[in-house]
Structure formats: C-alpha cells, structure tokens
Write a protein that binds this ligand. Structure first.
Ligand code: F6R
Length: 366
C-alpha cells in the first residue's frame, strides 16, 4: 500500500524519520549513555580485537559500506577495506582468521554477496551480516549480525534501507570505539544523542520537498550530472549519482571533490549540473574552493549546505539547507535532498520510478 503517495519510492523517502528510529530503538539505553547490539553481543570480543574489517556488498549497500569505512577508521581505529562482492569472490583475497567480514545487503539474497560469504568462510574469519530482510539467505549464512529494521522496501531504488544500514554501521563504530577506549564517555554520549536527533532533522528536510522539487525542474533535461563530496560525504555523492542514474536515466557520476581536477573537470560547462555536498565540517574550506573551481568553468552548482551558511549561498546557483549535526552523522541528513531531487527529476521525465527499466530489486543471479 502506497499510503496515498504516488510511488513507493516517495513513501519510503518519507518513512525515513521512522525507519531510522526503528533501527536504533531498543539499542540505546534509557539514559542515552550506551549502545547495545543484541545480535552481535556474543561475538563482540572478536570484533573488538579485529585485525581488520572487510566490508562486502553491492550497489547502494556498498555505498553504505564506504560510509562505514570512514566511521570504523575514525572512531575504532580498525583498518577497513570495502569490496564489491562480485570482485572479492573472484579474486584470491587474503583473509586472516582474525579479520571480521561484514556483509551488507538489504534483501539478504544478492547472489554475489552470498557467494562471497561462502567463499570467505574457509578463512575462519568472523562473518557478520547487516541485512534488512529477517531470515534471508545472507542472514542465515553469517555467524551473527544486526538487522536494519527498515521495514519492507518495495521501490527498486534503495532509500530507507540505505539510511538504516548507515545507522547500524554508525552504532557499530561508536560502540567499538568505546570498547577499544578510543572515545571518552562524553564523546560517546554526544554521538548517541546526536543520532537520536537525526529523525527530526530529516523531517525538517522533508518539509522543504516542494523547494527541492523546484530545483529538480530546472535540471530535468540535463544529460549528465556530477556529484562531489569529501570524507564521509564522498560515499553520499556516489549514492546521489546512483539514485539519479538508475531512475531518471541521466548519466551521473560521483567523485571525491578533490579528484575532479584529475579528469572530470574537463566535462564542466554551462550545461553541467554539479551537486556538491558542502556541509560545515573539517573539509569545509576545501569544498568551498572546489565550488569556485566549478563556477570558474560556468558549471551549475547545486550545493547541500548547513543551515545558515552565508558563504556558499553567494557562490552556488542553488543551495539546499540541512540542519546542523555532528560531522559523523552528516551522511544521514545530506542524502535526503539528493533522494528527493532524483525522485522528482525522474517523475518529471516520465520515468517508471518504482520499477526502472532493466533493474531488479534483488539480484539473485550473478
Ligand atoms: C540501488 C539498489 C541496488 C542494490 C544492490 C544490492 O538503489 O537498490 O544497487 O543496493 O543490488 O542489493 P542488496 O542490498 O539487496 O544486496
């Protein structure tokens, strides 16, 4: 049931304040001083001692994994590799018994991810799952795991499953950082409190839907688009580009903002929309110069900025404001306007948003 929404994708975009709450509900202590991940409690000592974390996934779930990489390295100081399941399984990867493998999959049925887990089992490494569908093949093949609890996702383009995957990875990274004595109780509580405020912040962004749709109207006839971000917002750029290409069929690419000058900058002209995720964090000054570089070549800049930003507003063609939040949590809020804009561009182009051509919700063949 679409509950009055025109498409499942729009309904699922709007569900995110609730689905993210469902992901952390019951996993945060009443006084917000601690996190509990019941599904991995028994294996937590092995995770805390991990020599390395290898994340395997496909598509949007792989992008969630890339956000996880930043978080695990920043907060838990564990080296992380994020691998496409299809590549990992056909290499001869080096896996140590004290590695921890985390397979991320909404459906829990993706053939390459499932096969990669089976292959990795021989190494003796601990294998965890971050799945949405309870009792799915990947959930059953893993040693332990954390369900995302985003509810059934019907739109082929993944939205709420992504934000729930990212929420789980955030909780895992903060918990590991705490257990490894790398973050203080105070910092831990600040992260937990910040996470609990995310649903309201997303609700605020959703109330700007008509404004964001208006920006979509301006760019609906684009043939190409670039998405740029830095740090943990680089995976958000990749995910924004994937959302646009898969439902609107506009060619779109995501890049780390600083990579632009190593090639993609050649594509920029007055017809090129460039979506730049430019919230206030430690890379802010650098992203401001990336915006200047695009404007100097007459590209059109659509910037996702922190509310009240008074610098980028003067440089960009359009700004979309998002509420301020802890830098670690910014992927959860910045992806929302990109999902909305992709949705409206696809609708305005007359595309079948919930069932884009050539795509299946769950890729059970390799
Ligand atoms: C993109 C999308 C796909 C899936 C990918 C992995 O919107 O839906 O890229 O993310 O096929 O699927 P799961 O997470 O079910 O393993």
């Amino acid at each position: 049931d679409k509950c009055g929404y025109e498409h499942f994708m729009l309904k699922e975009i709007h569900e995110q304040p609730h689905t993210i709450s469902d992901t952390f509900r019951g996993r945060i202590s009443m006084d917000q001083s601690n996190l509990f991940l019941g599904g991995i409690t028994d294996v937590l000592p092995r995770l805390v001692q991990a020599r390395r974390i290898i994340i395997i996934a496909c598509g949007t779930s792989w992008h969630a994994g890339l956000v996880g990489e930043y978080l695990f390295e920043e907060y838990a100081r564990i080296p992380v590799e994020v691998e496409y399941a299809s590549e990992f399984r056909y290499r001869n990867p080096v896996i140590y018994a004290d590695d921890v493998i985390i397979a991320i999959s909404q459906s829990g049925e993706t053939a390459d991810t499932l096969a990669a887990i089976k292959m990795a089992k021989e190494s003796g490494a601990l294998i965890l799952g971050v799945c949405n569908v309870a009792g799915s093949s990947i959930a059953r093949e893993t040693d332990a795991g954390v369900y995302t609890h985003a509810g059934i996702e019907i739109g082929v383009a993944s939205t709420k499953a992504f934000t729930s995957q990212v929420t789980v990875l955030m909780m895992m990274a903060f918990l590991l950082g705490k257990k490894r004595n790398l973050i203080s109780q105070e910092a831990y509580e600040e992260l937990i409190a910040g996470l609990t405020q995310i649903p309201d912040k997303i609700q605020e962004i959703l109330s700007d839907e008509q404004y964001i749709k208006g920006i979509g109207e301006t760019y609906k006839d684009a043939t190409n688009a670039l998405y740029l971000g830095r740090g943990n917002l680089y995976p958000v750029a990749l995910e924004g580009a994937l959302k646009l290409k898969e439902i609107s069929y506009i060619h779109a690419e995501g890049y780390p903002a600083a990579e632009m000058k190593h090639g993609p900058i050649a594509l920029i002209d007055e017809n090129m929309p460039v979506f730049i995720i430019a919230t206030k964090d430690k890379s802010y000054e650098k992203i401001v110069s990336n915006i200047q570089e695009v404007k100097a070549r007459n590209g059109k800049v659509i910037a996702v900025v922190t509310k009240g930003d008074d610098v980028i507003v003067k440089m960009a063609d359009h700004v979309i404001e998002v509420p301020e939040c802890h830098e670690a949590l910014a992927p959860l809020v910045t992806i929302i306007p990109l999902q909305i804009i992709s949705y409206y561009i696809a609708v305005l182009r007359g595309c079948n948003v919930d069932q884009p051509r050539n795509l299946a919700k769950s890729v059970t063949v390799e």
